[in-house]
Design a protein around this ligand. Structure first.
Ligand code: NAP
Ligand code: ZN
Ligand code: ZN
Length: 338
């Protein structure tokens, strides 16, 4: 079994350097994929810095992977060698718990992540369970599709899971990697879309992504003017906000749904929820079936992440650009192992 070349950090926050590992025998239900492109999600940075406390090193980031299948485990019959596929945050789940058996594999307590306890997609090859390896529709551009596999499905899943209707007024908080895809999905879903951003330089592009309105996310008086108007608010930021003012933008029965990994507790007053029967919720990534549905929806509506490309060998520069908030709107690494 040949070694896999990759980019790894050996301790928290360290610059990535060239790294090789031997993956061992391919499991019967896994596939191996030659990486062509890999998006950089903010979660790559958070795990690099061990912000969530469960990183392991050497750490090979990367979980928005597009590539071609190079090897199939002996039980894998539905995929073929050479097929173009995508892999996201999860590369396996138990396949027998109530969530997996209900098709909600993303809620499985035994979910294996693509890059913790195994090595991720900043590499020449990567492995995942065949069920979590999604065929990429021909109509999607493989060079920009990678971010759909984590960020895209994370913001698409709530539209299904929370029953968002085309008649709803939807707000997207944070117009970064996840948020800009959420604006595109919300617009294609038929909603009236309000983008909340802290970056004045993003106003015009947010409208270009499909937002009908753009609001300054850190301006509490601007939030106050929207009181009682939104049916669904999707939060993609990972920082504390004026949560009370954001909850107050919700109409009766409105819902604030958090997908951004905000480390600090989100304080919400009972009366912010009781009076107008509002609610607060969150969700992780999306199931393989929802990933397939999302890819099909994106292909049908011509939805593609807006990406900037870096050769994978310039990964440290790319990570620094995301960390400084300059990425517009998702960085994709193109594998260049030669
Ligand atoms: N739930 C899940 O399964 C899941 C999956 C993937 C990612 N995530 C998490 O989702 C979060 C977003 O990921 P991402 O890749 O989209 O990150 P990103 O590209 O860095 O975008 C985050 C956005 O948050 C806003 N923001 C950042 N600092 C801010 C500040 N001080 N005040 C106000 N707004 C600020 C910015 O938008 P503006 O410039 O528009 O303000 C920024 O573009 C991360 O925590 C990530 O770990 C969760
Ligand atoms: Zn991610
Ligand atoms: Zn399970």
């Amino acid at each position: 079994m040949s070694t896999i070349r990759a980019w790894a950090a050996h301790k928290p926050g360290q610059a990535l350097s060239a790294f090789e590992y031997t993956p061992g025998p391919l499991a019967d239900d896994e596939v191996e994929v030659a990486v062509e492109h890999c998006g950089i999600c903010h979660s790559d940075l958070s795990v690099l810095h061990n912000e969530w406390g469960f990183s392991s090193y050497p750490f090979v980031p990367g979980h928005e992977i597009i590539g071609r299948i190079t090897a199939l485990g002996r039980n894998v019959g539905h995929l073929r060698s050479g097929q173009r596929v995508g892999i996201g945050w999860a590369s396996g789940s138990c396949m027998h718990c109530h969530s997996c058996m209900s098709g909600e594999h993303n809620l499985c307590a035994q979910t294996q992540t693509t890059m913790i306890g195994r090595h991720g997609g900043f590499a020449e090859r990567v492995r995942a369970h065949a069920a979590w390896t999604l065929p990429i529709p021909d109509r999607l551009d493989p060079a920009s599709a990678g971010p759909l596999l984590c960020g895209g499905v994370t913001v698409f899943t709530p539209f299904l899971a929370c029953g968002v209707k085309p008649t709803d007024r939807v707000g997207i908080v944070g117009i970064g990697g996840l948020g800009h895809m959420a604006v595109k999905f919300a617009r294609a879903w038929g909603c009236e879309v309000t983008a909340f951003t802290s970056s004045a330089s993003k106003y015009d592009e947010a409208r270009g992504f499909g937002a009908h309105h753009v609001v300054a996310s850190r301006d509490s008086s601007a939030l106050a003017r929207l009181a009682g108007t939104l049916d669904f608010l999707l939060v993609t930021v990972n920082v504390p906000m004026d949560w009370s003012a954001l909850m107050a933008t919700l109409a009766p029965k409105g819902r604030m749904h958090v997908v951004g990994a905000v480390l600090e507790p989100i304080p919400v007053h009972a009366f912010d929820m009781i009076g107008a029967q509002r609610s607060l919720s969150g969700s992780p990534i999306g199931s393989p079936a929802v990933m397939a549905t999302m890819l099909d929806f994106a292909a049908r509506h011509g939805i593609a992440p807006q990406v900037e490309h870096f050769p994978m060998s310039r990964v440290n520069e790319a990570l620094a650009r995301l960390e400084s908030g300059q990425a517009r709107y998702r960085i994709v690494l193109d594998a260049d192992f030669g």
